[in-house]
Design a protein around this ligand. Sequence first.
Ligand SMILES: [Zn+2]
Length: 168
Amino acid sequence: MSLLPILEFPDPRLRTIAEPVTEFNDELRQLVKDMFETMYDAPGIGLAATQVNVHQRIITIDTSEEKDNPLVVINPQIEVLAEETERMQEGCLSVPGFYEDVVRPNKIRLTAQNELGEEYVLEADDLLAVCIQHEIDHLEGKLFVDYLSPLKRSRIRSKLDKLHRQKV
Ligand SMILES: [Zn+2]
């Protein structure tokens, strides 16, 4: 297993739209393992393949306290189940250090495949529902900062730009 480097906003590769997974092979399963290792190490509760520069529709999630409830989400599709929305503070491993409120539907039905290609259906609410939507956004090249005001987004961008310059 290995830790994968995580792309950070405003890296343009985070804007890539991911392709569906068609082959459920050992290579895919290794990637899923590496994504979990990377996510737990960060630490984070969700990671989309886009964030590790693999542009396929693969997500790893674990919203449990104990970090013992891994969820593999491949080729996801969601349906909103309720009108209610939830305002929740979101962060992102690709936007490190910034937490902002985002409003999203709080009850969804997810249809996806696991790493063996088996389809499952899951109803999710609250934190899990928000996390799934946040990660699916990544597969569409979208980030939670896109929901913020242009002013807030550009402030975050310039702070991260500065940090990235210092790292080089
Ligand atoms: Zn994220």
